[in-house]
Design a binder for this molecule. Structure first.
Ligand code: G3I
Length: 360
């Protein structure tokens, strides 16, 4: 009897303590300055990729998004697979919903991507089009979309992931049909459709100093010398809690691109933590701390260069991440699946705060 009573008291007390701890955490979170406010003090846009499904269905998703961010990237709604179901058909529904949401909530938008070898519809992949037909298809695509969103979207990833790890051009559909010139051509067409927009080349594994980032440097330098309208480079920054480049190398890479006259965005940052699934409680805490340090360092690398003008994570809640699948939640983002800020969130937050104090 006494043991039962003791267990009951222990259960009640520990649940009260847990409840009080959660309330205290929420109070601290509610009282802190949002990421977008801290970032704005350093003239940095704070962004996240958005999921159309989550935006439509989760009020908590929307609330957290609007509270912390002032820039959104369109994760999938502008991909050919979504937007161009047939050669003569554009499906603007998802894109329009996201862009109207952004306009209503005063969020800037990164349009992504106009040209990519991934997420292509079957009609395009299997179409056996001639060079001229593909050029026409691409021209129509870029012109139609960029014009459709000209009022709301001022930043476009015009070409996404066009290079291999060794820096050579990937042998994509576009490359095969149109040759190396397709990149210049795509930027030129995007510029003609919206001369005021800022046009980016976006890729992964080009954050620091590597053969691939050397190749991107050479590519964009050549474009500028040829008078091609390119304004920036997007560094995707998909990292892991135990694997990421040195901060000084990221900053050095941003600086060399900036010195060409380009701006740089961190466009898809996330820090995967696959080990979380099997780790013990203390192992989980260690992984979350390591993940927070990576977010902190990548943000610090961006803040150390005056050319880094936006920091975007590829989603913000572990509830919606491209890295997740049914068996592998990768816990890669700054908020957990219940929209509670993780140590990763505070990693970003403290990097922003430190940098503000250091420039005062
Ligand atoms: O919407 C369908 C759903 O109806 C279906 O039931 C489900 C079954 O698999 O698939 C859903 O579509 C998936 C879509 O994401 C939405 O979740 C596609 O299969 C899946 O391929 C697609 O993956 C996206 C991937 O790009 C390919 O387009 C990821 O969400 C997206 O985060 C990812 O983003 C890329 C960037 O564009 C470029 N840089 C790398 C980054 C990560 O791969």
């Amino acid at each position: 009897m006494l043991t039962k009573l003791f267990r009951w008291v222990r259960r009640v007390v520990s649940s009260r303590i847990r409840g009080a701890f959660r309330t205290a955490q929420r109070t601290i979170y509610n009282q802190r300055v949002p990421l977008k406010v801290l970032a704005a003090r350093r003239n940095l846009l704070m962004g996240t990729a958005v999921s159309y499904t989550a935006l439509k269905s989760s009020p908590l998703y929307v609330r957290t998004l609007c509270q912390e961010y002032n820039l959104i990237a369109v994760e999938n709604a502008f991909k050919w697979l979504t937007l161009r179901p047939e050669r003569d058909q554009f499906a603007f529904e998802q894109g329009d919903f996201i862009v109207n949401f952004a306009d209503a909530n005063k969020l800037a938008v990164r349009g992504h991507p106009l040209v990519w070898a991934g997420a292509l519809p079957v009609w395009l992949q299997k179409g056996a089009f001639s060079k001229d037909e593909l050029a026409e298809i691409l021209h129509t695509h870029i012109t139609t979309i960029v014009r459709h969103y000209a009022k709301s979207i001022q930043i476009w990833d015009v070409v996404n992931m066009a290079l291999k790890a060794n820096g050579d051009l990937s042998e994509s559909l576009w490359y095969h049909a149109l040759g190396a010139n397709y990149i210049d051509q795509a930027f030129q067409w995007a510029y003609e459709a919206a001369p005021q927009a800022r046009l980016f080349y976006n890729d992964y594994n080009i954050e620091a100093l590597t053969p691939k980032s050397d190749a991107v440097y050479k590519l964009v330098k050549g474009m500028l010398e040829r008078g091609i309208p390119i304004h920036g480079v997007g560094l995707q920054a998909h990292f892991a809690f135990n694997h990421h480049p040195a901060i000084r190398d990221i900053t050095a890479n941003i600086d060399r691109l900036g010195q060409l006259g380009l701006e740089v965005h961190i466009t898809e940052c996330d820090v995967s933590a696959p080990g979380m699934i099997r780790a013990s409680a203390s192992g989980k805490r260690q992984i979350l701390r390591a993940q927070a340090a990576v977010y902190h360092d990548v943000m610090a690398a961006c803040l150390q260069s005056k050319y880094c003008t936006a920091f975007v994570t590829w989603g913000f809640s572990d509830a919606y991440s491209w890295q997740n699948n049914a068996h592998k939640p990768f816990h890669a983002l700054p908020f957990d699946e219940h929209y509670r800020p993780k140590p990763a969130y505070y990693g970003l937050h403290s990097a922003l705060q430190e940098s503000y104090h250091s420039v005062l």
